[in-house]
Each structure stands twice: as C-alpha cells, then as structure tokens.
Design a protein around this ligand. Structure first.
Ligand code: ZN
Length: 132
C-alpha cells in the first residue's frame, strides 16, 4: 500500500511549516480546520506523499493530549486504499481492532479510518480512501 501521508503533531503549524519550507523546500499544499476533531491541519507535499501537520485548536483535542503526554512529533502513518470498506472488513476478519467502526470524512473530504494501536505493534495507522 502507498504511504499517503505522515501525520505530525505540532505546537504551531505556522512555525513548523516555516521550518519545512526553509530547511527542505516543502510548501503548504492545503490547509483546513476539522472542528469535529478540534484540529487544524496543513498538508505539505513531499514528492509522492504528504506530511500532515496537526495543530490542536482546543486543550481537549486528541492532538493536544498527545503532545501533553509525548511532546510534539510523529503521530500516525496513513496508507491509501481505493476500497476502505473492504480493507476494514479484511482487517477485522484478521483480528485487528479498528478505532472507527465505519469510515468517517477526514481532511480533504477523504474517507478515513484508524486502526487501534493495540493491534498494530503500537504505531497509530490510518487508512485513507481519496475523495474523487
Ligand atoms: Zn492523517
């Protein structure tokens, strides 16, 4: 499966994006707020894949809690699938627990689902079915 993006929890999208621009020449491709997740996200294009910078918009955000516990840093890996429902069924039948029972609409209007890290040897993994 293709690595669609790497999610990185940051204290400030502005400061983090400035680093990636200056040091690595990566530019912001899209930016949006996800009120349901209490995060603001910015996608930086890095060749064939993206970095997703995640900034909490509330102290109750999962990203805020992540940073509080572990500090800023790599938060999740996202893999692309053209058939998210089928992939979710396959993972469930193999005994891998999912956080989301059904796909939800994530950033960029894509369908997404997270695997429960209890079943993934601890990395948080997201599945993404791109929005047409
Ligand atoms: Zn993501």
């Amino acid at each position: 499966m293709k690595l669609e993006h790497v999610g990185i929890a940051v204290a400030s999208i502005k400061e983090s994006a400035a680093f990636y621009r200056k040091a690595l020449g990566l530019e912001i491709f899209s930016e949006e707020e996800l009120p349901s997740q209490k995060v603001r996200v910015a996608f930086l294009k890095a060749g064939d894949t993206f970095l997703e910078l995640l900034e909490a918009t509330s102290p109750e955000s999962v990203v805020a809690r992540f940073i509080e516990k572990r500090g800023p840093g790599i938060h999740h890996l996202a893999f692309e699938t053209s058939q998210i429902l089928g992939k979710m069924e396959e993972l469930k039948s193999l005994g891998f627990p999912l956080i989301d029972e059904r796909p939800r609409i994530g950033a960029r209007g894509h369908k997404v689902c997270f695997l429960n890290p209890k079943g993934t040897q601890s990395a948080l993994i997201e599945l993404v079915e791109p929005h047409e």
